[in-house]
Design a protein around this ligand. Structure first.
Ligand code: FAD
Length: 528
């Protein structure tokens, strides 16, 4: 008998994440009442214990965990083609058009840089190094197809029913879908909305006809050529970074600030580094129109802050201006689920919507980090609460992340500006340092932007509030320190940690200069 039916405790409720606040607890006990009532109904009232709408990071994690706990689960996944006609298989954004192809293209660009560095390390490399977009695109797409396949097999092995159809609520307990076999109505005890999001297009002439988004880029049949990237969030900067690394001209159009939501000092260092690498930036500019010229080139017109108009010709226009949650298609009104903010996102408490048996995880959630591990972790914990008698909730605080620009930026915790506004400038201490990665010396690589900082409380042991790192492998550097932050890392603990030499991560253990002191944060020597 599945553990959730026998009511046995199968998960430790003490150790992980934050427990319910009082108000959340009330919501949680309502679910318990509701689930008891539902348990009392004849089992045949529902076809499934859980129907998941959206087979991406969050939905699949929840589905697999729920079946592990004995629940009967179906996952609906459907990809609406882009205006260019691009579509993809099971697995959601991360696998198909997000983290994975992005990281592979970033790696391709880094390898190009490494080939040049190799010469100074004694490798005999010819002068005519060239790169094939087609070969890279094919390799990336082949990997994605293999992940799609493995995902399908995994669902079949776990006996999760996969339905390739667009899910729409018909009422609060029924989801309707159309498959190749015709209409299906799925009744479930619980529903999980895990529909994620898709890129937005600006409302300007020619945008949809001639522009592309990250949904098209990683499978683009032709080399992108001279590209303008409109939007300077992390997706825009990452794409610009690997395009320039692969040898294409890349221009980024910024409406307001780069990397909104990230520490702005670090964001501006990233922009400066990318400029050094050859990316052009159009500051405070807004696109007005896109038109196709007889030459086949795309003419983009934009205005700057002073309303002056400019234009240039490009081979590719890539919009990276933000993403919209795919809730409009769900008929949420019919189910009574309320949306928040700009009217698209589900405002859930512990992933539970205002309709007690309808939950949401991942990018569709209001004011939660839009990251794959966040969606996966929340999905898994939710399944354990629904079917494993767990009471452990997702902790959305202090989630580490990395921007995979040519020089990467990894961060966890608060930015300097958020820490200052939350605690007051006088109550925080900011430690910072420039550093020289050992491997940069021989190829004489630019070290101007290798920088890190730690934001801490000023009093007592100086609890660490945020860690920020710009340099190679920043994600690998930050991940371990994120665990430290979970364990209430202090500056005392950081400074008494013995580093691993010669690494770049050890810079966090060497850091000792505060911004307040005004001392020079540039490195004196490598080994003292
Ligand atoms: P998704 O993975 O988007 O899955 C939702 C699925 O539901 C999709 O397959 C969708 O087609 C389907 N669907 C939608 N509506 C319906 C419906 N009505 N019926 C049936 N199916 C439906 N995150 C990181 O952590 N690290 C990174 O480096 C990173 N890089 C990224 C790079 C790019 C270019 C992009 C776009 C995103 C990146 N992300 C990254 C974000 C990450 O991909 C998302 O946070 C994550 O995929 C969200 O998972 P999800 O389960 O909420 O939704």
């Amino acid at each position: 008998m599945p553990c959730w039916k026998s009511k046995s405790k199968s998960y430790d409720t003490k150790s992980e994440g934050k427990q319910n606040s009082d108000s959340n607890y009330q919501r949680s006990s309502e679910v318990k009442k509701d689930s008891k009532r539902i348990n009392g109904e004849a089992k045949s009232d529902y076809d499934y214990d859980l129907v998941v709408i959206g087979g991406g990071s969050g939905g699949l994690a929840a589905a697999k965990e729920a079946t592990n706990l004995g629940a009967k689960v179906a996952v609906l996944d459907y990809v609406t083609p882009t205006p260019l006609g691009t579509k993809w298989g099971l697995g959601g954004t991360c696998v198909n058009v997000g983290c994975i192809p992005k990281k592979l293209m970033h790696q391709a660009a880094l390898l190009g840089e490494a080939i040049h560095d190799a010469k100074s390390y004694g490798w005999q490399v010819g002068d005519n190094i060239s790169h094939s977009w087609e070969a890279l695109k094919d390799a990336v797409q082949a990997h994605i197809k293999s992940v799609n396949w493995v995902t399908r097999v995994e669902l079949r092995d776990k006996k999760v029913e996969y339905i390739n159809g667009l899910g729409t609520f018909k009422d609060a307990h029924t989801v309707q879908t159309i498959t190749k076999q015709g209409e299906r109505l799925l009744k479930a005890r619980y529903f999980l909305i895990a529909v994620g999001g898709r890129p937005r297009y600006p409302d300007i002439p020619g945008a949809v006809e001639y522009g592309i988004t990250s949904d098209d880029l990683f499978s683009l049949d032709r080399a992108p050529g001279k590209t303008v990237i409109i939007g300077a969030g992390y997706i825009g900067l990452e794409c610009a970074g690997f395009l320039v690394g692969l040898g294409y001209e890349a221009t980024v159009m910024i409406r307001s600030v780069p990397l909104r939501g990230f520490d702005q000092q670090m964001a501006n260092i990233i922009v400066a580094e990318m400029e050094d690498k050859g990316v052009k930036f159009l500051q405070k500019s807004i696109p007005k129109s896109v038109e196709k010229l007889d030459s086949g080139k795309l003419k983009v017109t934009w205005t700057n802050e002073a309303q002056q108009e400019f234009s240039d010709e490009f081979d590719t226009i890539l919009f990276a201006i933000g993403r919209r949650a795919l809730t409009k298609e769900l008929n949420l009104d019919t189910a009574g689920v309320k949306v928040a903010g700009d009217g698209e996102k589900v405002d859930a408490v512990n992933e539970q919507s205002n309709v007690p048996h309808i939950y949401a995880v991942g990018d569709v959630l209001y004011k939660k980090p839009e990251l794959t591990p966040v969606a996966i972790h929340a999905g898994r914990l939710l399944a354990r609460r629904l079917f494993g008698n767990s009471t452990v909730n997702m902790d959305y605080e202090n989630v580490a992340t990395t921007v995979f620009t040519p020089l990467e930026y990894g961060a966890v915790g608060l930015s300097e500006e958020t820490a200052a506004s939350r605690y007051g400038e006088d109550n925080i201490e900011v430690y910072h340092a420039y550093y020289k990665p050992t491997e940069f010396f021989i190829p004489q690589k630019n070290i101007r932007h290798c920088y890190l900082k730690v934001v801490a409380l000023r009093e007592g042991d100086q609890k660490v509030l945020g860690l920020h790192f710009i340099g190679p492998q920043a994600g690998e550097v930050i991940q371990g320190f994120a665990a430290g932050i979970k364990c209430n890392l202090t500056m005392n603990a950081l400074m008494s940690t013995v580093g691993i030499h010669p690494t770049i991560a050890e810079e966090f253990t060497r850091i000792n200069i505060t911004k307040r002191s005004g001392k020079d944060p540039n490195p004196a020597s490598c080994c003292s």
